[in-house]
Design a protein around this ligand. Structure first.
Ligand SMILES: [Zn+2]
Length: 88
């Protein structure tokens, strides 16, 4: 599962400084699913990720990892782990 973040919080890894921005959630879903779903359905799915036109939530390249009692995100560049931010 992909992590998300608010555009004003920035998306660089604190450890290796990699840019983890994976694009606006709606635009990203549209680029993947445009041939499967109409615009309303893509917007609905974007909202399921917490996206709205106003918050402009973006996907992060970090992956969310669920272990027994913890959730954290992992940087794909340096494998550094971070506690999961409340990103919704
Ligand atoms: Zn990193």
């Amino acid at each position: 599962m992909a992590a998300t973040y608010k555009p004003d919080l920035g998306s660089h890894c604190k450890n290796c400084k990699a840019d983890l921005d994976d694009g606006d959630i709606y635009e990203k879903l549209k680029s993947i699913f445009y041939f499967l779903y109409d615009d309303d359905e893509i917007r609905r799915q974007a909202r399921c990720h917490g996206w709205s036109k106003d918050n402009g939530l973006r996907f992060s390249k970090e992956q969310i990892v669920y272990s027994k009692d913890k959730k954290f995100t992992v940087c794909p560049e340096c494998s550094c782990k971070y506690p999961l931010k409340n990103n919704l």
